[in-house]
Ligand binder design. Structure first.
Ligand SMILES: *Cc1c(COP(=O)(O)O)cnc(C)c1O
Length: 419
């Protein structure tokens, strides 16, 4: 392969491409060569992985969200220089704590990592030796985490990774009697249902001097949730960095009490002999999440919600005239609290199932991913549904994509109309 000169790599067409991707003129081609952005090879194309229009939402397997241009630019700049990771972790934590009205903060490798590290912090607080013991050598350590039975969920595993076991309760009375001298934490799933309120959860845990954790990973918007639960008294709260916050997907926020956040940091990468060593967060990701929080705090929540509502309405308008088809815009009660479009139809008139619509949209051009609740949501997702339903998540679309989705949906459904 001929050697490509540096000059050629930094040539104007390449830089234009990169600037277009980052949507920012701050990436200046005339800076020194070492600070120039990498050239814009499209590796999705090269690898044969076709991106899609996100009509689903912030689903992990669908890569959750995309970073706004300001965040992408901050990540690209951070990539250019080495730093001391601990300095960056401490400085970013102090900055975020101030902005989010929390005593302290730590950027983690996702909310799931924050669950592990927050639990590890509770277990090892004031006992540095325990950092080496968890999760396998728990004999001398407190290892019971109280949780509402209805708050057991897929992310339990991240908590159990710290070597603890769950003690399940269903009522306030059971909760009050579940505390023992081995109780180390009380865990709350913010989007879960259950008989015990957040306020009671915190009050009773604190009567027993036990820290309580709230997993609110998918619960932005509202933006104010970034401080609502710490102000309510939860000692630890986590948010996913790559969902509503639109930071790098592999980041999370752990907010809360200063001593616990410091203990979580001690249990984390870059410290080698720790449970968190495999949960490394890179400098680009740390900076990316700080930039994402700055970005989110600048958003006008009302305008954002109105934009989502408008997208859902435009798609509904485009489909309404199909026989038997009805539409409804709904907002889930806790997680993913943004307008979604629910489409239902009589399957004897439009002869296609939601699952088949998903497949057609996925295989079309452009490729489109509908909300996975389409065709009958799993009960746990809290979405309305049945086989003849389609759910369109509009909040992760790029401007203009709503009408592309509407047009494709109309094509797919129209082709199935039983004349
Ligand atoms: C998404 C999610 C997580 C995990 O978040 P990551 O940032 O992907 O690690 C944890 N808990 C809940 C409730 C979630 O929705």
């Amino acid at each position: 392969m001929p050697r490509i000169s540096r000059r050629k790599l930094l040539g104007s067409t390449v830089i234009t491409g990169a600037a277009a991707v980052f949507g920012s003129s701050s990436l200046n081609a005339s800076q020194s060569p070492s600070s120039a952005p990498a050239n814009g090879v499209d590796y999705y194309q090269k690898l044969g992985v076709t991106p899609f229009i996100n009509a689903a939402g912030t689903y992990t397997v669908l890569s959750a969200s995309t970073m706004p241009p300001e965040v992408q630019a901050a990540v690209a700049l951070a990539a250019q220089h080495p730093v001391h990771l601990n300095e960056l972790l401490v400085a970013s934590g102090e900055y975020l704590a101030k902005r989010l009205r929390s005593e302290a903060a730590l950027i983690t490798a996702g909310a799931a990592a924050a669950l592990t590290l927050g639990t590890a912090a509770c277990v090892t607080l004031g006992n540095a030796g325990a950092i080496l013991s968890i999760p396998t050598d728990m004999k001398e350590l407190k290892n019971e985490v109280i949780v509402q039975k209805t708050h057991r969920y897929d992310y339990d595993h991240a908590i159990r990774n710290a070597g603890v076991r769950f003690v399940e309760v269903a009522t306030v009375g059971e909760y009050e009697h579940a505390f023992t001298d081995r109780t180390v934490m009380a865990h709350f799933f913010n989007a879960g249902e259950g008989k015990i309120s957040r306020e009671d959860w915190v009050r009773i845990a604190h009567q027993h001097r036990v820290p309580c954790f709230n997993d609110a990973a998918a619960d932005i918007p509202p933006i104010s949730n970034l401080w609502n639960y710490t102000l309510m008294g939860f000692d630890l709260v986590t948010f996913s960095g790559g969902k509503g916050l639109r930071g790098p997907q592999c980041t999370g926020l752990l907010l809360g009490r200063k001593d616990l956040i410091e203990a979580a940091r001690q249990n984390n990468s870059p410290n080698s002999n720790t449970i968190g060593r495999g949960m490394k967060v890179a400098k680009e990701e740390i900076v990316g999440l700080v930039a994402a929080v700055d970005w989110v705090l600048e958003q006008d929540e009302g305008a954002m919600q109105a934009e989502f509502q408008g997208r859902a309405e435009r798609i509904a308008d485009r489909l309404k005239s199909l026989p038997t088809l009805t539409t409804r815009i709904f907002v889930p009660a806790v997680a993913n609290r943004v307008p979604h479009l629910l489409i239902t139809y009589d399957p004897s008139r439009i002869r296609i199932t939601g699952a088949q619509v998903i497949e057609r949209m996925r295989q079309g051009n452009p490729r489109i991913e509908l909300n996975p609740g389409t065709g009958g949501a799993p009960a746990s997702a809290g979405l309305p549904g049945g086989p003849n339903t389609i759910i369109v998540g509009v909040w992760m679309m790029q401007p203009g994509e709503d009408m592309i989705v509407a047009g494709r949906l109309r094509e797919v459904l129209e082709a199935a109309v039983n004349a």
